[in-house]
Design a protein around this ligand. Structure first.
Ligand SMILES: C[S@@+](CC[C@H](N)C(=O)[O-])C[C@H]1O[C@@H](n2cnc3c(N)ncnc32)[C@H](O)[C@@H]1O
Length: 357
């Protein structure tokens, strides 16, 4: 009997977040621990895997911030959820090519999946000063740039929904005691229980609330790093900014939406983040919101088109065609250009806003 069966047997039903945590991250069952996830042959593709030019643009942003804080002699990059490690590999490669960059760089990687840590180690084996870290508060005191691409959309979420003025928590149970099939189970909750979420959602107007578990702890730790380490935080993800919650949970396999209840363990489970959660928690922590822009806007401001022109001049027609297709995927509003957003947060009074105005 696997962990999921044991838990449901014992408790009759389990909350959605606990189910997702097992389906994605359990050492034996978990999707992120076992499957070939990324890329065209995997289940989904992320921006750094579409083209290395995405990570190159992030390196420019990082270097510009380093210059803005007056070129400290030591600097950290902390990446949250590095996947297969290719984004940070490209970032390090690009930074090393910049002749004026003379700081000692330490890279911290925060990753939950043991399998992905192994892949990251392999992809990064030629670099020094890379440290895998479980607790991000344990980084050294140096100035720190935190980056995350599609990190928070891989968090287990709690989901609540309203029916006839009653609120229920979305849970998972066995279908008619058949241990091979799972189904949803609605567990009625006391409305007071939702008070915790009223900072982020209008409970009266919302019909659904989705809340990534653990997010508050992460955003508090990131806030502390921003304050203590002269830090800045740049993230990319899909989501929306509205206090009316939405039902966005979905399962993805081979680049298509699939039935979560049938395919769990063999598919990614994800959701759209409500960016209000970030804005609200960072505001409470006295952290400055630099802005939210589309990925398209951000990358164009950083000069992705000019960089692509430069590359194309020096390569063959087929590689150039592929680059143009990749840039289209990253920028096209119907593809990743408008679905993905760039958000950045800094210390109060920091004037660095490259890519955001
Ligand atoms: C959707 S993938 C994105 C991977 C990569 N950033 C990219 O863009 O290709 C999410 C990543 O975050 C990691 N992850 C999710 N939750 C985590 C957590 N609480 N702590 C550390 N890593 C986590 C996953 O294992 C995976 O590496």
């Amino acid at each position: 009997m696997n962990l999921l069966e044991k838990l449901i047997n014992k408790k009759k039903f389990i909350p959605l977040n606990q189910f997702i945590n097992i389906a994605l991250y359990d050492k034996k069952l978990g999707y992120y621990q076992n499957k070939k996830i990324f890329g065209r042959e995997g289940d989904f593709i992320t921006s750094p895997l579409v083209s290395s030019i995405f990570s190159e643009m992030i390196s420019l942003w990082i270097i510009s911030y380093w210059i803005y804080i007056k070129k400290p002699r030591r600097i950290n990059i902390l990446e949250l959820g590095p996947g297969n490690g290719l984004m940070i590999r490209q970032i390090i490669n690009s930074i090393k090519k910049i002749k004026t960059f003379n700081a000692k760089l330490t890279v911290y990687l925060h990753e939950k999946s043991e399998k992905l840590i192994k892949i990251q180690r392999k992809n990064l084996n030629k670099f020094e000063n890379i440290i895998w870290i479980k607790n991000i508060s344990r980084i050294n005191q140096d100035s720190t740039i935190i980056v995350a691409n599609e990190f928070f959309d891989a968090f287990p979420i709690k989901q609540f929904f309203k029916e006839k003025n009653n609120w229920y928590e979305q849970c998972i149970t066995f279908e008619n005691n058949n241990k091979k099939k799972i189904t949803y189970y609605k567990n009625k909750i006391n409305n007071n229980f939702l008070k915790k979420y009223s900072k982020f959602f209008n409970i009266n107007k919302s019909k659904v609330i989705e809340y990534p578990i653990d997010i508050e702890d992460y955003l508090n730790s990131i806030s502390n790093i921003i304050k203590k380490n002269n830090g800045i935080f740049l993230m990319f993800d899909y989501g929306y900014s509205n206090d009316i919650g939405k039902n966005t949970i979905r399962a993805i396999k081979k680049h298509r939406n699939v039935d979560l209840l049938k395919e769990y363990i063999n598919c990614d489970i994800t959701f759209d983040i409500n960016f209000n959660i970030f804005k609200n928690i960072f505001k409470e922590n006295n952290i400055q919101n630099i802005g939210t822009v589309s990925q398209n806007f951000f990358l164009q401001r950083l000069g992705i088109i000019e960089r692509a022109d430069q590359i194309i001049k020096n390569q063959d027609v087929i590689s150039s065609k592929n680059l143009i297709l990749s840039i289209n995927k990253l920028l096209n509003p119907k593809e990743m250009g408008h679905t993905f957003h760039a958000l950045a947060f800094s210390k109060k009074n920091c004037k660095f806003n490259l890519g955001f105005i």
